[in-house]
Design a protein around this ligand. Structure first.
Ligand code: ARG
Ligand code: GLU
Length: 686
């Protein structure tokens, strides 16, 4: 009986565990499991260097998002929040594309975006032996680094020889136990084709961010252009739409619970293999203190934003970025607590230590513990400084102006863009709250002498703040705008500059050197610990931590139970948008056209978003979500709050990625954008 039970568990386990971000070139190791879960294609369909494969339709979009090609003429889809900056740059009071949306009605109306590029993966290959050639175990970490640097440079220059727009990188995987060469082709003429109004593309705003049920139409549309030879080229009117090796077919068949899904994209950073000490630091010290500090800042911002429409506009983007991580960290802490990850890791480490006794990995966990003990107070000081002192906008302005003057760059533009979105009462109150927190919560020995002296001299944070804002020239736009390099001495003596310089020096001299040194020892220890974990659990499949390289995550459409007595369905519809619609609440104020359309009837069941179990992270925004036949069914854009600890520990019960249903994109393009001419170039699977 016991044996039988074991057999059943062994069969079931891989079916429920959808954890993992796998390397496309090694996907043949997972393909049997993928096919068992419903995938109908082969490993070569996902990644091949000999024939066109799905990887040829996936790009890194800009610096940190993913995009996918959906036509033979270079049409590209990504998220609205990934295109946001570009849409904003084309916007003015006369043409507010963020507010009203943008739709090119023909190729001539597509808008170029200087600085934006997309990167296609040509190939990736294991180059561990070549990278470590000449390395011997007796070398120091610094010597090893230099061997790696020299060998990598050779591999890279060989890889890009003779190709237009090629760029190569060598990336360490598994903490440097393995090295891969990635060769990319970079296209740098990428034009904006379409974007919904923010009331659709950012519907739900920060209120719904990281949450389910979700109704955000988070997409934007671009087109990749190339020279007449189809190779990368600088922007030119003569460029032509890029002809990809492969593009996605779009499936309109829809999704239901249990359907196979696969996300192909570029997750940015995870740490799945760290020790209990690191998890304890993140979940008990780092996250909670950052959350607390940001709560204070957000409360201050909110107070002034709700009083004044102009301030709300000024601070909406700042508020969104402060709140995005703030909300994620809360989910992460909750998730780590709920999973008892610290205790689970401690338990693992106890067994590991037993196993490692007397061997080459003996003492490794203890060693890491010692390193963290050395690093943590300094790291804590660094994080606290970043979240408090550096949160004061006036001090940021002072230091960027000073840097510009030293480098003899003009400051007029800097001053203008700063003051356009600056509201001094918010900054003054932030100063008070943040300096107060720094004073109360930072160990006396970690405070810069300047901080202690100034505080004593003024008698209180309040008096110091009053003095600084009354006497600094950085509160005065015209004065700042007219500064020239001759004013450098005067600027350096300004109280805001003095303060920010004192902290910069303190950080550079006392904090950062320790962190850098200990971190390099930590990296070295993890290289051993990673290898040791693999030796300790030879049955387990280990995926490398995310590093913005292309990965495959597969799973299935699934709802989840967020709390006792609650069950979430995996799909949302237009009905839910209408239920949330409220002209008085900025995040929920939908375009009148959408209200009118809905009132006509027949659109209640229009799908909007769906949930799946794919293991994703920041950077997976805009990733194609693909069905069992390899066709596009959605665009990934978020995770659920209860599952954001998946960067550290994945819980199959609640870790869900949130995707836009591709049918909502088609609906918005057609009914809101009246740009259904774009469908002519798309390939539909059904
Ligand atoms: N949470 C998503 C991500 O991490 C979306 C962020 C953009 N949306 C927002 N409301 N701030 O990046
Ligand atoms: N919104 C995130 C991004 O911009 C993706 C969500 C996540 O972290 O999973 O990359």
């Amino acid at each position: 009986m016991a044996l039988l039970l074991l057999a059943v568990v062994a069969v079931l386990q891989p079916l429920s565990a959808d954890e993992g971000m796998w390397l496309p070139a090694l996907i043949s190791q997972r393909i049997t499991d993928m096919q068992a879960k419903g995938f109908k294609l082969t490993a070569d369909d996902i990644y091949s260097v000999n024939q066109a494969s799905l990887k040829d339709a996936v790009v890194l979009f800009g610096g940190g998002c993913t995009g996918e090609i959906v036509s033979d003429e270079g049409l590209l889809l990504t998220n609205h929040h990934c295109g946001y900056g570009y849409i904003q740059r084309h916007s003015s009071v006369e043409h507010d594309y963020l507010k009203d949306g943008f739709w090119a009605m023909n190729r001539d109306e597509e808008l170029p975006n200087p600085g934006l590029s997309v990167r296609f993966l040509e190939r990736m290959e294991d180059v561990t032996d070549a990278v470590l050639k000449g390395y011997v175990k007796s070398m120091t970490e610094l010597q090893r680094d230099s061997v790696i640097r020299v060998n990598s440079a050779g591999l890279i220059s060989k890889a890009v020889e003779g190709g237009k727009g090629l760029r190569a990188t060598v990336e360490a995987l598994y903490y440097g136990n393995q090295y891969f060469l990635f060769v990319y082709k970079i296209y740098r003429d990428v034009r904006l084709v379409g974007a919904p109004p923010s009331s659709i593309g950012k519907f739900g705003g920060d209120t719904d961010n990281w949450m389910w049920p979700r109704h955000t139409g988070d997409f934007s549309i671009f087109r990749v252009y190339a020279g007449k030879d189809n190779e990368p080229a600088d922007y030119s009117e003569d460029n032509v739409p890029f002809r990809p090796k492969r593009s996605f077919k779009i499936s309109r068949a829809g999704v239901k619970t249990g359907d196979f899904t696969f996300v192909y994209g570029c997750p940015g950073s995870t740490k799945e293999y760290v020790t209990s000490d690191e998890v304890r630091y993140v979940s008990e010290i780092s996250d909670p203190q950052k959350i607390d500090l940001r709560t204070k800042r957000l409360d201050i911002q909110k107070k002034y934003m709700s009083r004044d429409q102009a301030v709300r506009i000024q601070y909406s983007s700042k508020n969104a970025s402060v709140s995005n991580a703030w909300k994620k960290w809360q989910g992460e802490v909750k998730g780590i607590k709920k999973m008892h990850t610290v205790a689970a890791k401690e338990d693992f480490e106890a067994r590991f230590k037993q196993w490692a006794k007397g061997g080459e990995y003996d003492g490794l966990v203890e060693k890491l513990g010692g390193l963290y003990e050395r690093r943590d107070p300094f790291y804590h000081a660094y994080e606290y400084y970043s979240e408090t002192i550096r949160a004061v906008e006036l001090l940021q302005l002072a230091s960027s102006v000073e840097r510009s003057l030293i480098e003899k760059r003009p400051v007029k533009g800097l001053a203008e863009s700063f003051f356009k979105d600056y509201y001094q009462p918010i900054d003054e109150e932030t100063f008070l709250a943040m300096f107060d927190a720094f004073d109360k919560n930072m160990d006396q020995g970690f405070k810069p002498a300047y901080f202690r002296d100034e505080l004593a001299r003024h008698g209180s944070v309040q008096a110091w703040k009053d003095y600084l804002f009354a006497n600094s020239i950085f509160t005065d736009k015209d004065k700042v705008a007219s500064l020239t390099p001759e004013d450098l001495d005067k600027v350096a003596a300004d109280p805001a500059c003095e303060l920010s310089d004192a902290f910069t020096a303190w950080y550079a001299e006392l904090i950062s050197p320790v962190i850098t040194e200990v971190n390099s020892e930590i990296r070295l220890a993890y290289r051993d610990y990673m290898r040791a974990q693999m030796a300790f659990e030879p049955e387990k499949a280990f995926y490398p931590d995310a590093n913005l390289t292309l990965r495959v995550a597969y799973g299935q459409v699934a709802g989840y139970c967020p709390a006792d007595g609650m069950e979430y369905a995996p799909v949302s519809t237009l009905k839910g948008i209408i239920e949330k619609d409220n002209p008085d609440i900025f995040d929920y104020d939908i375009p009148q056209t959408l209200r009118d359309l809905y009132a006509q009837g027949g659109y209640e069941d229009q799908p909007v978003c769906f949930l799946a179990t794919n293991h994703t992270s920041g950077g997976n925004s805009g990733s194609p979500v693909i069905n069992a036949d390899g066709n596009l069914i959605g665009i990934n854009f978020d995770r659920v709050w209860e599952g954001t600890m998946s960067d550290i520990v994945y819980d199959p019960e609640v870790c869900r990625n949130i995707s836009l249903d591709i049918r909502y994109l088609l609906f918005v393009v057609d009914k809101i954008g009246h740009a259904s001419y774009l469908f002519d170039e798309m390939n539909f699977a059904d």
